[in-house]
Ligand binder design. Structure first.
Ligand SMILES: [Zn+2]
Length: 420
């Protein structure tokens, strides 16, 4: 659906659903989005958002199953148990968690490693469930519409934030990140408060929510602005939130910690922490053009956990920059075999294959990458491949797609279109 059409539909529906009663607080809120639309928004944007943020953590699928089980327990005692909740662990270093409308929730492995037991995990998930159950995303977007900023602007801003260098994401529906927009301070307070209630209903120790806030305050103190931008801007930690959680928790009955179960579920990820650190260092070295240092670190990460597709992807990027195209192609092939459901392995190998003159292989890789996430890069290069084959019709379609995006490749695509 185009932005304009979506906005129109939402505004139209708004006259029917504005001022609905909030399912969590019982208060009346200005919300222009129906429950069906909320669910549709979550379903359309959940997978693209996962792709843009590293994809799912696949080395130990047992961890995702565990997180989903804890999530289901909390969702069942929430004020909207009927939402189609889903919970995934993303392969991302940043200590972040988010909820989309309709109950689509994600936790980064970079957040899980800072938690100590299942009750703290329940504090994170309970908080995110409230964002979905209390329709905070829908509220924020409804306010944007009222302010005449609109969804399109938010979606374009979200696109600009994309960090996959050289792989700007195409405008596919409303930008996924628009739905993880900044929540207001009152949204955060509400999520803390009712999240703790859900924890207690599910039998968890409410003091774990106090510890979680303390962990966030600590993390926000010593960290780079990049982390701050990503997570703490949308979930600002503060001593006052710690205090509010403590006051609430003290009036509530104690509950379970389930530390042993949490430790078992986290064992693999914790064992691999050195390897993830080496990979993050390798990416930094790569950005500073220290290629031999980056290669040594990528190899160290792989030696620690050879089943992590991300580590092979880092190695491939280093080799490509060193001019070893054959080696890079082999490394990206490893990424694809370990993480077949991630767009980037297919995209990177497709680009190397283009450079190596394997046009058929490149086309197949680029097409595969688009099954998971549309990018300007894939569209542009598919246009180039179609043009090389003399297929002007296909080339025109791909260039038009790429031209809708942002950046140099989008401009090149426009020039190609004019030439055709
Ligand atoms: Zn929040």
């Amino acid at each position: 659906m185009s932005f304009q059409k979506l906005i129109f539909t939402i505004v139209l529906a708004g006259f029917l659903t504005a001022c609905a009663s909030n399912p969590v607080t019982g208060k009346r809120d200005m919300v222009f989005i129906s429950t069906d639309q909320e669910i549709a928004i979550g379903e359309q944007n959940y997978l693209p958002a996962q792709q843009q943020q590293g994809g799912q953590y696949t080395v130990d699928p047992g961890l995702t199953r565990y997180v989903a089980t804890v999530g289901a327990k909390l969702a069942a005692v929430s004020d909207r148990p009927e939402l189609p909740y889903e919970f995934v662990v993303l392969n991302n270093d940043v200590p972040n968690a988010w909820a989309m409308p309709g109950g689509k929730i994600a936790l980064n492995r970079g957040l899980l490693v800072h938690l100590e037991d299942e009750a703290q995990l329940a504090a994170v998930i309970g908080h995110e469930i409230v964002h979905a159950a209390a329709r905070h995303g829908a509220q924020q977007q409804s306010q944007s519409i009222l302010l005449n900023i609109g969804l399109a602007a938010t979606a374009i801003a979200a696109q600009k934030q994309n960090k996959y260098g050289g792989a700007a994401v195409l405008a596919a529906g409303v930008g996924a990140q628009a739905w993880m927009a900044r929540y207001s301070r009152s949204n955060e307070t509400e999520s803390d408060r009712y999240g703790i209630e859900y924890m207690v209903r599910a039998g968890y120790e409410p003091r774990a929510a106090v510890e979680l806030q303390q962990t966030f305050v600590k993390l926000s103190e010593g960290r780079s602005s990049r982390w701050f931008d990503e997570f703490f801007a949308s979930h600002p930690p503060s001593q006052s939130r710690v205090d509010a959680n403590r006051a609430q928790a003290e009036s509530l009955p104690s509950g379970a910690r389930n530390k042993a179960a949490f430790d078992r579920a986290m064992a693999q990820l914790r064992r691999d922490s050195e390897a993830y650190k080496a990979n993050a260092d390798a990416m930094q070295a790569l950005q500073k053009d220290d290629l031999s240092g980056a290669l040594a670190l990528a190899n160290k990460a792989i030696a620690g956990q050879s089943k992590e597709g991300l580590f092979w992807q880092t190695k491939g990027q280093v080799l490509q920059k060193q001019g070893d195209k054959k080696g890079a192609e082999a490394a990206f092939a490893k990424t694809i075999s370990h993480s077949p459901g991630l767009f980037s392995g297919h995209l990177y190998r497709g680009l190397v294959r283009t450079e190596r003159g394997n046009n058929r292989g490149a086309e197949s890789d680029l097409l595969n990458s688009r099954k998971y996430l549309g990018t300007v890069t894939a569209s542009y290069h598919l246009g180039e491949l179609a043009r090389a084959k003399g297929d002007k019709t296909a080339a025109r379609i791909y260039y038009s797609e790429a031209a809708q995006g942002e950046g140099d490749l989008a401009k090149s695509a426009q020039e190609r279109l004019q030439q055709l």
